[in-house]
Design a protein around this ligand. Structure first.
Ligand SMILES: [Zn+2]
Length: 267
């Protein structure tokens, strides 16, 4: 039986870790974060070994003995199945981030839509997101299953806990599997909220002062994230990146009329 619970923490028996990956895979499947055999989940068993979901199986249908154990170079040590070709990307994250013990990769449709549009989820639209992830950048495109994929995310791994992968999907990671999974859920949820603001044609961003207060609160709550804030992360009312204004048809017509009048007067 696969429990519908993942307890916090990374110090668990190998059996529990195997069940946890099955649970995370099932949550991916149930929430529509993956189709067919997409996606992969891994965790650090100890300093030299990784436990990972196998390739070629629906992440909603895995059993604990489907899991594969590899070394830090991705060489299989045990398991009747084979690891995913995207494992190299997970290994890069484990190498660059000693604080990370679990990695989730999926193709949740709204966040992947942003990735396919080349749009980062970097606006200060929702206070909880500023608190948790600050912003989610887009890594340039890399062919799946090749070193290009790892090279594309490498510059961002150190400074963010969730990354959109252009024309592909999302990767999230954290100190334990529950944190890595929650970051995937948060990314897709925020993408949905951001999409609704686009549909409504209006976005009211928080100011940099609002963001500073949230960052102070984050420190008080003891929330941990690698995300470093900058002028671009998250984008606030004062940022240059928000140099986009909206006008009503009437306002636009009035502006054009005035410009034409000015032009005529000059001739
Ligand atoms: Zn993928």
């Amino acid at each position: 039986m696969i429990p519908d619970v993942i307890s916090p923490g990374a110090l668990k028996s190998e059996e529990e870790h195997r069940r946890d990956i099955c649970t995370a895979g099932r949550w991916f499947f149930e929430r529509g974060y993956v189709a067919a055999t997409d996606g992969n989940v891994s965790l650090r068993l100890d300093p030299r070994r990784i436990l990972t979901s196998p390739t070629g199986i629906s992440k909603g249908m895995m059993t604990p003995d489907d899991m594969v154990i590899t070394d830090m170079e991705g060489r299989k040590q045990s398991g009747r199945r084979n690891p995913s070709s995207e494992l190299a990307m997970h290994l890069l994250i484990y190498r660059r981030r000693p604080d990370v013990n679990a990695v989730c990769h999926a193709h949740p449709p709204v966040a992947t839509g942003y990735a396919a549009a080349g749009l980062p989820l970097n606006k200060a639209l929702v206070s909880e997101i500023v608190l948790s992830l600050s912003c989610i950048p887009v890594a340039r495109y890399g062919t799946p299953g090749t070193p290009e994929l790892s090279e594309a995310i490498e510059p961002l791994v150190q400074s963010y806990d969730a990354i959109l992968m252009a024309n592909h999907g999302v990767v999230t990671y954290g100190a334990d599997l529950l944190t890595a999974f929650f970051r995937m859920e948060t990314t897709e949820h925020f993408a949905r909220v951001a999409l609704v603001t686009e549909l409504l044609g209006k976005q009211v961003l928080l100011s940099s002062e609002d963001v500073e207060k949230l960052l102070a609160a984050r420190a008080r709550y003891g929330l941990q994230t690698a995300a470093t804030t900058s002028a671009e992360c998250p984008v606030t009312t004062g940022s240059a990146a928000t140099d986009r204004i909206t006008l009503t048809r009437q306002e636009l017509e009035a502006l054009i009329e005035e410009a034409v009048r000015h032009d005529r007067a000059r001739r």
